[in-house]
Write a protein that binds this ligand. Structure first.
Ligand code: GLP
Length: 264
């Protein structure tokens, strides 16, 4: 795992967008794993700008989102399908046929989860998986105690997750669907590269646990310590409780991959 420190949330989001843009330029038919949440909005805004200003093309990309609420039709404004349409898909040249989210209205959820896993494999596996982190340490909707080898499945959400995500449901946690389909921790660990972005002081505690604490299903993001190629980008606020910050700064200074990213 490599941890990259950036001065603030804007610089961190820009760095993540530039990594994604570079990977798309290297491999135009990239299979991209996508995440939702407020943190990602700035990343998608940068990708839309890079598409307009620098011609980064999503035309041959395939995308797989981490998760979707159960029971919300894709046209519901709070569905993750609508989130993706709003923040990214409508702003770039992606073919909607190549964008995939689990179907939270499927009559047979188990069959839908199997179908999603199969589809990822048929597309050749995920090249680059973008990740945020929930305050309880979840990646996707893998709430505490999710098996670290879990696959795409339906999951009951924690009360704190409902509270965090209530804004899109009129501020009412009880209006947030209580269940979701999510890629499993095992599914995420199979992607070729993971790129996690966390910003803001409210993530500082959980980032320290996930990155420098023990690997435990209580904090499912800690499983990323097992991933052979995982980059975590944090701003200073989210890095506030990390212990090895001097080394992380040194990584950004020293690793050839980051030489072209310094002018942020
Ligand atoms: C939701 C998503 C997660 C995301 C998290 C963080 O719970 N399912 O994938 O990481 O939100 O959200 P935010 O960026 O708003 O803190």
């Amino acid at each position: 795992m490599e941890i990259i420190l950036q001065p603030d949330a804007a610089a961190a989001a820009l760095l993540v967008a530039r990594v994604i843009a570079r990977e798309i330029r290297r491999k135009p038919n990239l299979v991209l794993g996508l995440a939702t949440g407020r943190t990602m909005e700035a990343v998608y805004a940068h990708l839309a700008r890079l598409h307009r200003a620098e011609g980064v093309s999503f035309a041959a990309c395939r995308t797989f989102n981490l998760d979707e609420y159960i029971g919300l039709p894709p046209e519901h404004p709070a569905s993750y399908r609508q989130y993706m349409n709003r923040h990214l898909f409508s702003k770039v040249d992606i073919d909607l046929k190549n964008t995939h989210l689990p179907d939270g209205t499927a009559p047979d959820l188990q069959a839908e989860c199997l179908r999603y896993e199969r589809w990822i494999v048929e597309c050749g596996g995920i090249d680059l998986q973008l990740l945020g982190i929930g305050r309880a340490g979840h990646i996707g909707f893998n709430e505490p105690m999710s098996a670290l080898r879990s696959r795409t499945r339906d999951k009951t959400l924690m009360r704190s997750t409902l509270e965090q995500n209530a804004a899109m449901f009129g501020g009412e946690p009880d209006q947030v669907p209580h269940r979701a389909i999510t890629m499993g921790v095992g599914t995420i660990l199979e992607s070729r590269r993971c790129l996690l972005l966390a910003t803001g002081q409210e993530k500082a505690d959980i980032i320290a646990k996930a990155l420098e604490g023990p690997i435990t299903s209580r904090v499912t993001a800690s499983a990323l310590q097992l991933h052979p190629h995982c980059t975590v980008v944090v701003d200073h606020a989210a890095a506030a409780h990390l212990e090895e910050v001097e080394y992380y700064r040194w990584i950004f200074e020293s690793e050839p991959e980051w030489h072209n990213f310094k002018e942020n």
